[in-house]
Design a protein around this ligand. Structure first.
Ligand code: SF4
Length: 570
């Protein structure tokens, strides 16, 4: 039995949307699929959980495999070669189109690349969070070690498959065979909906052609993505690489016929898909804001399950809460969905967002006004009850930096600088304009040096930032909060978000005297000559410098003596 849901695009272009494949038809039978989370990949490989067995060890390749293995044209350039060389190798390997698309989706500048962890961590994390999804990395062992270490450090309870290579398997195309074999071994429909295989820097530069992998094996989707550090600037954008690839695949499936319904069944109301990871309470809060408009919050993309991708596509509009999901937005637009930037943060942010959502979903002005009248007073009250007084710099790589700055300003703080590792996009314009109107300087693709220079120049009462920015501020007795752990771990949206930041921010602002005391206590310790652990008191530098000319003089004397001994004459 199939459930045909109404086309949830409430736009004027609904007819065009249908023509473009915007309609989603759910299959009720498929909706009863198991919830089983995957066990470790070792069950599929029968092997070490962190590695997919190398083909050389697994047995001889079949004739068919050996015969059609595409050779890597990049010539096996190593990751130590640097980004420029890898880029050149990738072009030589026929990857120009991929590089061009990455450059368009994730533009760099004003400098090359913000300091960030390996970008592939973003896509790896998205895959590891999805139910019934296997993730496999193809890259240098050191890269894979770092990525798996970091993913488990952040609490991943899933195995990461790995297809290793050496220069021979890379240049002969044998690596592609190994990848294909690993994918075939893993693709068990009882365990997985999808297998995600990610080319890291070297296989991307060498042109290992993941596009030639089968699109599905026994019903298990095979998603191959290239996430090179020389093409994807930040791990935040790498999340979009995988989310976009999955949405593209799911859109293709929905165009072919019925697809799995959401686990709780299709929504009875038109939904708004939420783009970008957020605190778990925020989708609930957004749902409450949408309710008076006759709308509901849809899935959050990146999704936690394959079937949610269909429900995400089956929306009235998309809220680009994180504005840098360029590839994902492209898929939504291809499906005929409207996209709305910014988010319901603070009083003004919520009012503007409800207007924009109402317009995108063709909700009457009266209804939007009633919704605003219902919610805005409580947000104003929450902001007034939790004021923030201080000068704060904000920097981070999450993509929500502008939203946090808006909320802080509406809470009463002065925010003269916002640095974000994310690029400027069409969907960040509303927040950029609002912040600039408040006198805030916004630096997209901010480098660590720019963030630190802002702290030095502004001398804020509080610096919110990445780990090195926090360290830089604390060394100057400036209270600082780590963005990812302390700011992103709080609701930002609606009334719940209005007062939530104030608690942690005010506690940090009040700690200034504690930092002064700590700095006074540790003054002169752990810096310069006094850094490290020594078995005796280090000699002051001045003594060493004074000793240096004596050593130099004695060395000169030794050289002169040796020349004299040899009978030399300069
Ligand atoms: S995959 Fe590329 S960016 Fe990531 S750690 Fe390896 S060399 Fe660096």
């Amino acid at each position: 039995m199939q459930t045909k849901v109404f086309d949830m695009s409430a736009s004027d272009d609904a007819h065009q949307d249908r023509q473009r494949g915007g309609e989603i038809v759910y299959d009720d039978a498929a909706g009863r699929a198991s919830l089983g989370n995957d066990p470790a990949t070792q069950a599929a490989t029968g092997d070490d959980p962190t590695t997919t067995k190398h083909k050389h060890e697994a047995g001889e390749p079949t004739q068919e495999m050996a015969g059609d293995a595409p050779q890597a044209a990049g010539g096996g350039v190593g990751c130590h070669a640097g980004a420029d060389e890898l880029r050149r190798a990738a072009e030589a390997a026929g990857q120009s189109e991929l590089l061009q698309r990455l450059a368009t989706d994730y533009p760099t500048g004003p400098h090359d690349q913000p300091q960030s962890m390996c970008p592939a961590f973003g896509s790896l994390r998205v895959g590891l969070r999805m139910r019934r999804t296997a993730t496999v990395l193809c890259g240098s062992a050191c890269c894979v070690y770092g990525l798996t270490f970091t993913s488990h450090f952040y609490g991943a309870k899933r195995s990461v498959g790995y297809v290793p290579f050496d220069s021979e398997t890379l240049v002969t195309g044998k690596l592609f065979e190994d990848v294909r074999e690993a994918v075939h071994k893993l693709a068990d429909p009882a365990k997985y909906d999808a297998v995600v295989i990610t080319n890291l820097c070297v296989p991307t530069a060498s042109g290992v052609p993941l596009r030639l992998l089968p699109k599905s094996i026994d019903g298990v989707r095979i998603i191959g993505i290239d996430v090179p550090g020389f093409g994807v600037p930040t791990h935040a954008e790498a999340k979009d690489v995988l989310a976009g690839a999955m949405l593209k695949y799911a859109r293709g499936e929905a165009e072919q016929g019925p697809v799995q319904a959401p686990r709780e069944g299709p929504s009875s109301k038109p939904t708004v898909t939420l783009l970008g990871e957020m605190f778990p309470a925020d989708p609930v809060g957004i749902g409450m804001l949408l309710e008076p408009l006759g709308l509901a919050a849809g899935p959050v993309v990146p999704t936690r399950e394959w079937r949610e991708l269909y429900a995400a596509l089956d929306c009235a509009a998309v809220a680009a809460i994180h504005p840098y999901y360029t590839a994902s937005i492209r898929e939504f637009q291809q499906a005929g969905r409207r996209v709305v930037g910014s988010a319901p943060v603070g009083f003004e942010g919520t009012a503007a967002w409800l207007d924009a959502i109402g317009e995108a979903c063709d909700v009457s002005a009266d209804k939007v006004a009633a919704a605003k009248n219902g919610v805005l007073p409580s947000i104003r009250k929450a902001l007034a009850e939790a004021p923030v007084d201080g000068t704060i710099t904000v920097s981070g790589y999450e993509g929500s930096e502008l939203l946090v700055a808006r909320l802080l300003i509406e809470s009463g703080a002065r925010v003269p600088y916002v640095g974000t590792a994310a690029p400027k996009t069409e969907w960040s314009n509303a927040d950029l304009e609002w912040l600039e109107a408040q006198g805030t300087t916004v630096q997209f693709r901010a480098a660590l040096e720019q963030d630190k220079a802002a702290v030095d120049a502004i001398k804020p009462d509080l610096a919110i930032g990445t780990t090195p920015v926090v360290q830089h501020a604390k060394q100057q007795s400036i209270p600082a909060l780590y963005f990812t752990n302390l700011i992103s771990a709080r609701p930002l949206m609606g009334a719940a978000g209005a007062g939530s930041l104030a608690q942690v921010v005010n506690a940090a602002l009040a700690s200034r005297t504690r930092f002064d005391r700590m700095n006074a206590f540790f003054a002169g310790v752990g810096d310069g000559d006094t850094a490290g652990i020594w078995d005796r008191m280090p000699e002051p530098r001045a003594t060493k410098r004074a000793a240096a000319p004596r050593r130099a003089a004695s060395k000169t004397a030794r050289v002169e003596n040796s020349i004299a001994d040899d009978g030399g004459d300069a």
